[in-house]
Design a protein around this ligand. Structure first.
Ligand SMILES: Cc1cc2nc3c(=O)[nH]c(=O)nc-3n(C[C@H](O)[C@H](O)[C@H](O)COP(=O)(O)OP(=O)(O)OC[C@H]3O[C@@H](n4cnc5c(N)ncnc54)[C@H](O)[C@@H]3O)c2cc1C
Ligand code: FES
Length: 476
């Protein structure tokens, strides 16, 4: 169902269009992803799994999990959360691997030279980290190309309707959706952003492969800054693949980007900031939130967010977890259970909750495939989110000229992502174009701001992770 009203957002729906889903007509609007348009029309099952043929809906909505892959205009494995619906499209449920109906021949696609894009600095990802890197590298004279696989610029910010915390310097008190616009307005003329352009590989040093307009392009850059963000963790439980089980970010994308309801009644799993904020945003959109369950004995979210949710009558059950989810083809409910002091489920405390939406907010992991492919030295640091590239204080990895910034380097917040992006951008341009007093001053200021940001009690985990990272780096 599409939203007509929202307390914060207004949805500028595009021109009405029609496409077909398994032969049936579906009404959509220009600017909607295929998956969002199908949800709005009430279709949650998009594919069937490889071996057991189980129904699959979408989970991440940001192109990172592959559960939304369908056959579009005869082409299999299209990630329908990332591709916009078009008039007359033929969209079909994919069963297993999918099949390419009309196999291309050398006659349909004659051999052509691979296009080459050259730049001083290539930035991968146009979230707060990537945009900040582009702003600061270009400020001191670098030509910058930013590659973004999404149709929109801003990364996670495009769906954050709440006011951000932190200091004024880091846009505190500004809604996330407006921070993205502020960053975009600061981009210099020597920055070009290419949307719908995923980076699919790092090959020779300084060389990337990107897909643009259905063609593979080669990118040659003197410095590369990778700010690919993070993806959501799945939770191991029976039937966790049923359509109707989503990551919290996917629910946000549906509601806040496309104005489409994920369902009527939701169970939220995880009471960290993201879980509690998304549960509140679901209420704002008109979804009934049955409860928030949290395995820890305490609520991880800032109290102000938790209090807002409680005032609306939503119970936050600590020391509880989801035991199973059930439903015929899609989620119809979940069983939750209490945990004892040793994290064991207490028999007899099970409780069934009727709901059509289960939202998992159980942590994020950095998106780091490019660093593995580039042969960077990696370290597993749980405090920073898992596998991350080892990097120096200016965000350069063990591969010279390859930088990391934002959630891809450690799961933190937009404020630290922006600072890390600035640092990477400044270091890259300094090495390319030479230093100056202004650049040095800025670099020192950004470093101090990062240290200040991580100094408080909320930065304790990150400080521990940073310490481990430095130990790993000293062993290289
Ligand atoms: C519900 C919620 C609430 C939050 N609240 C706050 C808050 O109050 N304050 C705060 O400071 N932070 C908050 N955050 C965290 C903040 O949004 C993130 O830390 C921040 O967006 C990370 O920025 P990033 O640029 O590293 O990654 P992202 O914002 O995730 O951007 C990464 C970008 O890279 C693109 N990309 C990925 N792979 C490729 C590829 N191969 N090719 C091309 N492009 C690619 C993605 O499409 C994306 O646009 C919140 C997050 C959530 C989910
Ligand atoms: S890739 Fe589309 S839902 Fe995850």
């Amino acid at each position: 169902m599409r939203l007509d009203q929202h307390p914060i957002l207004s949805f500028d729906r595009g021109k009405p269009i029609t496409f077909t889903f398994d032969g049936k007509p579906v009404n959509a609007n220009e600017g909607e992803s295929i998956a969002a348009a199908l949800h709005a029309a009430g279709y949650k099952t998009l594919s069937h799994s490889l071996k057991l043929g189980r129904p699959r809906g979408f989970f991440c909505a940001i192109g990172k999990c592959s559960s939304c892959m369908m056959q579009v205009n005869g082409i299999p494995n299209v990630k329908t959360c990332m591709v916009l619906a078009e008039e007359g499209m033929d969209v079909r449920t994919q069963h297993g691997w999918g099949e390419l109906k009309n196999k291309p021949s050398s006659r349909t696609y004659p051999r052509r030279e691979m296009p080459l894009l050259e730049t001083d600095v290539a930035v991968v990802g146009a979230g707060p980290a990537g945009l900040s890197a582009a702003i600061y590298a270009s400020k001191f004279g670098a030509k910058v190309l930013v590659f973004e696989e999404n149709t929109k610029v801003g990364g996670q910010l495009i769906k954050q309707t709440h006011m951000f915390f932190g200091s004024r310097d880091h846009h505190a008190g500004v809604r996330g959706i407006d921070i993205g616009d502020k960053l975009i307005s600061q981009l210099g003329d020597n920055v070009e952003i290419m949307t719908e352009t995923p980076v699919v590989g790092y090959y020779a040093p300084g060389e990337l492969a990107v897909i643009r307009d259905h063609r593979l392009h080669r990118v040659r850059a003197k410095k590369i800054i990778v700010a690919t963000g993070a993806s959501e963790n799945m939770l191991a439980l029976p039937n966790n693949d049923l359509p109707g089980v989503y990551g919290a970010g996917a629910v946000q994308t549906l509601m806040n980007v496309y104005g489409v309801l994920p369902g009527k009644r939701m169970l939220m799993v995880g009471a960290g900031n993201i879980g509690v904020i998304v549960a509140y945003q679901a209420l704002q959109a008109g979804v009934d939130v049955a409860a928030v369950v949290e395995a820890l004995p305490v609520i991880g979210a800032y109290q102000v967010h938790a209090s807002k949710l409680r005032r609306c009558g939503v119970p936050i059950l600590t020391r509880h977890t989801i035991q199973t989810t059930w439903g015929d083809g899609q989620v119809e409910g979940a069983t939750i259970v209490r945990l004892d002091d040793n994290w064991r489920q207490i028999p007899g405390t099970e409780q069934d909750i009727a709901c059509d939406t289960i939202c998992l907010s159980v942590g994020l992991k950095p998106t780091v495939e490019i660093f593995f492919q580039a042969g960077c030295s990696m370290a597993k640091i749980p405090e920073l989110g898992g596998d991350i590239p080892i990097r120096n204080e200016f965000m350069e990895t063990s591969v010279e000229g390859l930088y990391v910034a934002g959630d891809a380097s450690s799961i933190e917040e937009a404020s630290s992502a922006m600072l890390e992006g600035r640092l990477a951008g400044l270091d890259a341009v300094e090495k390319l174009k030479g230093s100056s007093d202004e650049l040095q001053e800025l670099k020192n200021h950004v470093k101090e701001s990062l240290d200040e940001l991580r100094a408080g009690p909320f930065g304790e985990k990150i400080r521990q992770g940073e310490k481990k990272l430095q130990e790993e780096a000293s062993r290289l």
